[in-house]
Write a protein that binds this ligand. Sequence first.
Ligand SMILES: Cc1cc2nc3c(=O)[nH]c(=O)nc-3n(C[C@H](O)[C@H](O)[C@H](O)COP(=O)(O)OP(=O)(O)OC[C@H]3O[C@@H](n4cnc5c(N)ncnc54)[C@H](O)[C@@H]3O)c2cc1C
Length: 240
Amino acid sequence: MSAPRWMPARVAEAVPSTAHARVLRLAVPGWPGNLPGQHLDVRLTAEDGYQAERSYSIASSGPGELVELAVDEVVDGEVSHYLVRVVEPGDAMEVKGPLGAYFVWDAGDPSPVQLVAGGSGIVPLLAMLRARVAGGVGGPFRLLYSVRSAADAMYRDEIDALASGDIEVTWAYTRAAPDGWGGRVGRLGPTEVAAATWPPDQKPLTYVCGPTGFVEAAADALVAAGHDPLRVRTERFGGR
Ligand SMILES: Cc1cc2nc3c(=O)[nH]c(=O)nc-3n(C[C@H](O)[C@H](O)[C@H](O)COP(=O)(O)OP(=O)(O)OC[C@H]3O[C@@H](n4cnc5c(N)ncnc54)[C@H](O)[C@@H]3O)c2cc1C
């Protein structure tokens, strides 16, 4: 297979996801398709020739030339600000991908799957959930999704709809809980992670994604609880 090359892309749709995040659907002629969990690189070029490149996970998977990204604005962030606040349908950029062979879900694997997301870390995990629901194959899925508040949750309606099906969803709120929430508010610790995830004896395949500090804390908690480190796959988005 040839190495991915830069390909021209055009914004087909830009839809608000939260007050600080947008879902972008890019039309990429010749896109070869991607597996659930893969990412791509975006390259922006200014009129004066200045270029910036960043990685973004892909919320869609399978064949097709429409590629879905979801970008959360990072405070003072250069590229995320542009993608969330500035870019409009019709605008051009370049993408390179699909990238990443490790953080992918294989629908042929019957293992229980545990997804653990912090903030925008939901994006590649949503691709796995969508593939699981669309294909109707694979093992049972659980999602633990940590957000600052309900309003900060990307894809909230879609995830609520999945939770009413056969996907088990646990929300965690670090700053403010919705009205009527009886649970705790705060960052996930080992107790919360253990309570909301498959026990180690179920031998789940676990995917953890989000800001670096979140991923390290969640993965450490899982390994300390007895999970095989080789079955805890992580993807770090940067930041703290
Ligand atoms: C494989 C991969 C997949 C990714 N997928 C997504 C995705 O699906 N959606 C998404 O929104 N982002 C994703 N990211 C993060 C993304 O690549 C950028 O890092 C992010 O958009 C910030 O870029 P920026 O140019 O706005 O910020 P920059 O100008 O590069 O950085 C500004 C400041 O923000 C800090 N920072 C950088 N990234 C983050 C972060 N993620 N969280 C908190 N602080 C940060 C930096 O340390 C710096 O201080 C992914 C990263 C990787 C490596």
